[in-house]
Design a protein around this ligand. Structure first.
Ligand SMILES: [Zn+2]
Ligand SMILES: [Zn+2]
Length: 219
Protein backbone atom coordinates (compact mmCIF):
# COMPACT_ATOMS: atom_id res chain seq x y z
CA UNK A 1 0.00 0.00 0.00
CA UNK A 2 1.47 3.29 -1.16
CA UNK A 3 1.40 6.16 1.37
CA UNK A 4 0.16 8.66 -1.20
CA UNK A 5 -2.67 6.28 -2.21
CA UNK A 6 -3.65 6.02 1.46
CA UNK A 7 -3.54 9.80 1.92
CA UNK A 8 -5.73 10.27 -1.12
CA UNK A 9 -8.22 7.62 0.07
CA UNK A 10 -8.62 9.51 3.36
CA UNK A 11 -9.08 12.85 1.58
CA UNK A 12 -11.55 11.46 -0.97
CA UNK A 13 -13.61 9.81 1.77
CA UNK A 14 -13.77 13.09 3.69
CA UNK A 15 -14.67 15.05 0.55
CA UNK A 16 -17.37 12.63 -0.54
CA UNK A 17 -19.04 11.79 2.76
CA UNK A 18 -18.06 14.49 5.25
CA UNK A 19 -16.53 11.96 7.60
CA UNK A 20 -13.22 10.16 8.09
CA UNK A 21 -12.85 6.54 6.97
CA UNK A 22 -11.98 4.11 9.77
CA UNK A 23 -9.10 1.66 9.73
CA UNK A 24 -11.33 -1.28 8.77
CA UNK A 25 -12.76 0.54 5.75
CA UNK A 26 -9.29 1.51 4.55
CA UNK A 27 -7.94 -2.03 5.11
CA UNK A 28 -10.80 -3.49 3.06
CA UNK A 29 -10.30 -0.90 0.31
CA UNK A 30 -6.61 -1.73 -0.06
CA UNK A 31 -6.86 -5.45 0.72
CA UNK A 32 -4.33 -5.19 3.55
CA UNK A 33 -4.35 -5.80 7.30
CA UNK A 34 -5.42 -3.21 9.86
CA UNK A 35 -1.88 -2.96 11.24
CA UNK A 36 -0.57 -1.87 7.84
CA UNK A 37 -3.20 0.87 7.66
CA UNK A 38 -2.41 1.97 11.22
CA UNK A 39 1.29 2.23 10.35
CA UNK A 40 0.49 4.11 7.14
CA UNK A 41 -1.74 6.61 8.95
CA UNK A 42 0.97 7.17 11.59
CA UNK A 43 3.46 7.93 8.83
CA UNK A 44 1.07 10.42 7.23
CA UNK A 45 0.61 12.08 10.62
CA UNK A 46 4.39 12.29 10.95
CA UNK A 47 4.44 14.17 7.64
CA UNK A 48 1.64 16.48 8.90
CA UNK A 49 -0.85 15.21 6.34
CA UNK A 50 -3.18 14.06 9.13
CA UNK A 51 -3.82 14.63 12.82
CA UNK A 52 -4.58 11.44 14.76
CA UNK A 53 -6.23 10.88 18.14
CA UNK A 54 -4.97 8.77 21.02
CA UNK A 55 -6.39 5.55 19.52
CA UNK A 56 -4.84 6.27 16.12
CA UNK A 57 -8.18 7.48 14.73
CA UNK A 58 -8.22 10.25 12.14
CA UNK A 59 -9.15 13.61 13.68
CA UNK A 60 -8.21 15.93 10.84
CA UNK A 61 -6.97 15.89 7.27
CA UNK A 62 -6.81 19.63 6.72
CA UNK A 63 -9.09 21.31 5.85
CA UNK A 64 -11.37 18.37 6.74
CA UNK A 65 -12.15 17.49 10.34
CA UNK A 66 -13.77 14.44 11.94
CA UNK A 67 -14.38 16.37 15.15
CA UNK A 68 -16.39 19.55 15.81
CA UNK A 69 -14.20 22.65 16.16
CA UNK A 70 -16.92 25.30 16.13
CA UNK A 71 -17.94 25.28 12.43
CA UNK A 72 -20.33 23.39 10.20
CA UNK A 73 -20.10 23.55 6.40
CA UNK A 74 -23.22 22.57 4.48
CA UNK A 75 -23.08 21.66 0.79
CA UNK A 76 -25.95 20.74 -1.54
CA UNK A 77 -26.02 17.14 -0.29
CA UNK A 78 -23.16 16.77 2.18
CA UNK A 79 -22.43 18.17 5.63
CA UNK A 80 -18.86 18.65 6.86
CA UNK A 81 -17.36 19.74 10.14
CA UNK A 82 -15.52 22.86 9.10
CA UNK A 83 -12.27 22.55 11.04
CA UNK A 84 -11.29 26.13 11.91
CA UNK A 85 -12.36 29.42 10.32
CA UNK A 86 -9.59 29.13 7.70
CA UNK A 87 -10.45 25.50 6.92
CA UNK A 88 -14.18 26.26 6.64
CA UNK A 89 -13.51 29.08 4.18
CA UNK A 90 -11.11 26.79 2.27
CA UNK A 91 -13.60 23.96 1.69
CA UNK A 92 -15.52 25.41 -1.30
CA UNK A 93 -12.19 25.88 -3.09
CA UNK A 94 -11.43 22.18 -2.76
CA UNK A 95 -14.96 20.85 -3.38
CA UNK A 96 -15.41 21.61 -7.05
CA UNK A 97 -18.91 20.02 -7.12
CA UNK A 98 -20.17 22.72 -4.74
CA UNK A 99 -20.89 26.23 -6.08
CA UNK A 100 -20.85 27.53 -2.56
CA UNK A 101 -21.33 26.22 0.96
CA UNK A 102 -23.06 27.52 4.06
CA UNK A 103 -20.52 28.10 6.82
CA UNK A 104 -22.05 28.50 10.29
CA UNK A 105 -20.61 29.13 13.73
CA UNK A 106 -21.26 30.87 17.05
CA UNK A 107 -19.26 33.82 18.34
CA UNK A 108 -17.02 32.35 21.07
CA UNK A 109 -17.48 35.50 23.18
CA UNK A 110 -21.24 36.06 23.18
CA UNK A 111 -22.75 33.00 21.51
CA UNK A 112 -24.41 34.94 18.67
CA UNK A 113 -24.93 32.72 15.58
CA UNK A 114 -23.27 33.68 12.29
CA UNK A 115 -23.56 32.15 8.83
CA UNK A 116 -22.13 32.97 5.39
CA UNK A 117 -22.50 31.62 1.88
CA UNK A 118 -18.85 31.02 0.97
CA UNK A 119 -17.83 30.50 -2.64
CA UNK A 120 -14.54 30.27 -4.50
CA UNK A 121 -15.30 33.44 -6.46
CA UNK A 122 -15.23 36.24 -3.89
CA UNK A 123 -15.05 36.75 -0.12
CA UNK A 124 -18.36 36.64 1.78
CA UNK A 125 -19.95 39.88 2.98
CA UNK A 126 -19.93 40.70 6.66
CA UNK A 127 -18.22 42.81 9.29
CA UNK A 128 -17.17 39.94 11.55
CA UNK A 129 -13.61 39.47 12.79
CA UNK A 130 -11.43 36.34 12.67
CA UNK A 131 -9.03 35.76 15.55
CA UNK A 132 -6.18 33.21 15.36
CA UNK A 133 -4.65 32.49 18.74
CA UNK A 134 -1.57 30.32 18.09
CA UNK A 135 1.35 31.81 16.08
CA UNK A 136 2.40 29.98 12.90
CA UNK A 137 5.64 28.67 14.38
CA UNK A 138 3.71 26.74 17.05
CA UNK A 139 0.60 25.74 15.05
CA UNK A 140 1.65 22.08 14.76
CA UNK A 141 2.56 21.66 18.46
CA UNK A 142 -1.11 20.66 18.92
CA UNK A 143 -2.84 21.33 15.63
CA UNK A 144 -6.32 20.38 16.86
CA UNK A 145 -6.02 22.91 19.70
CA UNK A 146 -4.73 25.45 17.16
CA UNK A 147 -7.68 24.94 14.82
CA UNK A 148 -10.12 25.03 17.74
CA UNK A 149 -8.84 28.56 18.44
CA UNK A 150 -9.06 29.97 14.91
CA UNK A 151 -12.55 31.37 15.24
CA UNK A 152 -14.93 34.03 13.93
CA UNK A 153 -16.36 36.67 16.27
CA UNK A 154 -19.10 39.31 15.91
CA UNK A 155 -16.50 42.08 15.93
CA UNK A 156 -13.18 43.21 17.35
CA UNK A 157 -15.04 44.04 20.58
CA UNK A 158 -16.08 40.39 20.99
CA UNK A 159 -12.45 39.32 20.31
CA UNK A 160 -11.32 41.67 23.11
CA UNK A 161 -14.03 40.37 25.46
CA UNK A 162 -13.02 36.74 24.77
CA UNK A 163 -9.31 37.48 25.30
CA UNK A 164 -10.11 39.17 28.64
CA UNK A 165 -12.48 36.39 29.75
CA UNK A 166 -10.02 33.59 28.92
CA UNK A 167 -6.84 35.44 29.92
CA UNK A 168 -5.42 34.79 26.44
CA UNK A 169 -2.78 36.86 24.68
CA UNK A 170 -3.96 38.52 21.48
CA UNK A 171 -3.06 36.55 18.36
CA UNK A 172 -3.91 37.79 14.85
CA UNK A 173 -7.14 39.55 13.88
CA UNK A 174 -8.45 39.64 10.29
CA UNK A 175 -11.60 40.73 8.48
CA UNK A 176 -13.50 38.18 6.35
CA UNK A 177 -11.80 39.09 3.06
CA UNK A 178 -8.34 38.86 4.62
CA UNK A 179 -9.24 35.39 5.91
CA UNK A 180 -10.80 34.20 2.65
CA UNK A 181 -7.79 35.14 0.46
CA UNK A 182 -5.15 32.90 2.12
CA UNK A 183 -7.73 30.12 2.64
CA UNK A 184 -8.50 30.08 -1.09
CA UNK A 185 -5.47 28.16 -2.39
CA UNK A 186 -3.64 27.00 0.73
CA UNK A 187 -4.90 23.42 0.31
CA UNK A 188 -4.60 23.20 -3.49
CA UNK A 189 -3.77 19.73 -4.73
CA UNK A 190 -4.78 17.77 -1.64
CA UNK A 191 -7.51 15.90 -3.53
CA UNK A 192 -5.09 14.96 -6.31
CA UNK A 193 -2.47 12.24 -6.54
CA UNK A 194 1.12 13.35 -6.08
CA UNK A 195 0.46 16.13 -3.59
CA UNK A 196 3.63 17.63 -2.11
CA UNK A 197 3.55 19.92 0.92
CA UNK A 198 4.96 23.41 0.43
CA UNK A 199 8.49 24.00 1.70
CA UNK A 200 8.64 26.65 4.47
CA UNK A 201 10.00 29.24 2.01
CA UNK A 202 7.14 28.52 -0.43
CA UNK A 203 4.61 28.77 2.41
CA UNK A 204 6.08 32.12 3.44
CA UNK A 205 5.87 33.52 -0.07
CA UNK A 206 2.28 32.26 -0.45
CA UNK A 207 1.26 33.99 2.81
CA UNK A 208 3.02 37.21 1.80
CA UNK A 209 1.35 37.06 -1.61
CA UNK A 210 -2.13 37.01 -0.06
CA UNK A 211 -1.41 39.98 2.18
CA UNK A 212 -0.44 38.46 5.52
CA UNK A 213 2.49 39.96 7.41
CA UNK A 214 4.23 40.11 10.75
CA UNK A 215 5.89 37.89 13.30
CA UNK A 216 2.65 35.96 14.02
CA UNK A 217 3.05 34.40 10.58
CA UNK A 218 6.83 34.17 10.81
CA UNK A 219 7.11 36.79 8.04
ZN1 LIG B 1 -20.02 38.11 19.80
ZN1 LIG C 1 -7.55 24.75 10.84
Amino acid sequence: MDGEDLRLAVYRAFAGTGRAPDTGELAAQFGVGASEVTAGLAELAQGRHLALGGQGQILMAHPFSAVPLGFSVMGARTLWWGGCAWDSFALPHLLSDEDDVLVATRCPACGRPHAWNVSRHHPPDGGQAAHFLVPAARMWDDVVHTCAHQRLFCSGDCVDAWLAATGSARGYVMDLATLWRPAAHWYDGRLEHGYVRREPSQAASYLRGVGLAGSFWGL
